[in-house]
Design a protein around this ligand. Structure first.
Ligand code: PMP
Length: 387
């Protein structure tokens, strides 16, 4: 599959290890955009001529494609909004759905140690409501110390009759662990809407809304992290618990080329097989963590052993292609620079984790389907030389 990524094959001397920030794009996605822009580019939703009608059809087809990709069990009931990424999707849920839904005395549970994009909108919603005299209690989802997973047992004690909403994350962007959302559903019961930040799971592992594994109400993700163009994302809403999110209208000009790219990206990912992708990146992750955990000066953030406690996932998949670590003596920006001098591109800047300072001074390696064992070995060789 690596051969299908032009930027990767054009730069064999470099290893792109920052896919959690944004993914590279396969040729099929680039071709779909080129075809669209050279055959029917027009504005959407205002069709009085064939190119405009075609553009509208492509946007609607992409909406259906998102539902299909997520294995939406009730596609006639759900809505899909296109966004510029996860940040805008979560803001949309907060502003357009959560604010009108909450009343005085309600409680919401939100993650204080995940990505900031999954905290600020909920805090802002609480502030906005307070200004209108509506008091909403914003509570922190509890975490297990060390592992980074939620503390599902403590969560059970926090849930009460006024709990009206939970925001959570599917795969953590620093620890790479699956956050076991079925256990959040078990803790809050069948009636509380759950919104999921799926920025690090879509494109990396199956995201399947059928069955009890992912019984959630909103799925928000970034297209650009899942093989589509920059500035793309989607928000899916089930519309079964609480009021329905109003359907996306045609106000303003949508990112039509981006939406076309998202549909092509989801086609590509389904053909590649999200479970196969998870196995591939899981194998590379294990290759990296097995060796890195035995190199003294490095500390890997998050603890796979406790993530394992009651995870049904096989070992290799426990961290979904994300490994964050620090060197006891070398600051992260220096380590990032040293790695780059060997052609290895990692994240060595802030990881935008809310609240916690645990990520400070750390470097994140994040993988996708185009990464290889040879690249991991190159990385390990440099890290070993610094140990
Ligand atoms: N949530 C998570 C878990 C993320 O990893 C990211 C991107 N780093 C975001 C939200 C924000 O995504 P975007 O920049 O596409 O809005």
């Amino acid at each position: 599959m690596r051969e299908q990524f032009p930027i990767v094959t054009a730069h064999p001397e470099s290893a792109y290890l920052d896919s959690a920030a944004t993914s590279q794009k396969p040729r099929a996605v680039l071709d779909a955009v080129q075809t669209y822009l050279t055959t029917s580019n027009a504005n959407a939703g205002r069709g009085t001529y064939p190119w405009a009608n075609r553009t509208t059809e492509l946007v609607e087809a992409a909406r259906e494609r998102v539902k299909e990709f997520l294995h939406d069990p009730e596609p006639d009931r759900s809505t899909v909004h296109f966004t510029s990424g996860t940040t805008e999707g979560l803001r949309t849920v907060a502003r357009d759905w959560l604010v009108p839904y909450l009343s005085d005395g309600d409680e919401i549970l939100v993650p204080f140690a995940d990505h900031r994009a999954n905290l600020d909108p909920w805090l802002e919603a609480g502030r906005l409501l307070a200004e209108r005299g509506v008091d909403v209690h914003v509570r922190a989802l509890p975490y297990q110390a060390v592992s980074g997973d939620y503390d599902h047992r403590a969560l059970g004690d926090l849930v009460g009759p006024r709990t009206r909403f939970v925001a959570a994350t599917h795969v953590h962007h620093v620890y790479g662990g699956d956050m076991n959302l079925h256990r959040i559903r078990a803790a809050v019961g069948p009636d509380v809407p759950i919104c999921v930040d799926a920025a690090q799971s879509v494109g990396h592992l199956p995201v399947d809304l059928t069955g009890a594994g992912l019984d959630v109400d909103f799925v928000v993700f970034s297209g650009h992290k899942a093989m589509a163009l920059p500035g793309t994302g989607a928000l899916w809403a089930r519309n079964a618990r609480g009021p329905a999110l109003r359907p996306a209208g045609w106000q303003g000009t949508p990112n039509t080329a981006g939406i076309v790219s998202l549909r092509a990206a989801l086609d590509w990912l389904d053909a590649a097989g999200p479970d196969r992708i998870a196995r591939w990146t899981g194998g590379l992750t294990t290759r990296l963590t097995d060796r890195l955990s035995r190199l003294d000066p490095y500390e890997i953030l998050g603890c796979p052993a406790s993530l394992a406690a009651d995870s049904a996932l096989p070992d290799a998949q426990r961290r979904h292609g994300i490994v964050t670590f620090r060197h006891q003596d070398i600051p992260s920006d220096d380590l990032g620079f040293i790695l780059y001098s060997h052609g290895l591109m990692v994240r060595a800047d802030s990881l935008c984790q809310a609240g916690a300072t645990a990520e400070d001074g750390s470097v994140r390696v994040s993988l996708h389907v185009y990464n290889t064992a040879e690249e991991i070995d190159r990385l390990l060789a440099v890290l070993t030389s610094l140990a």
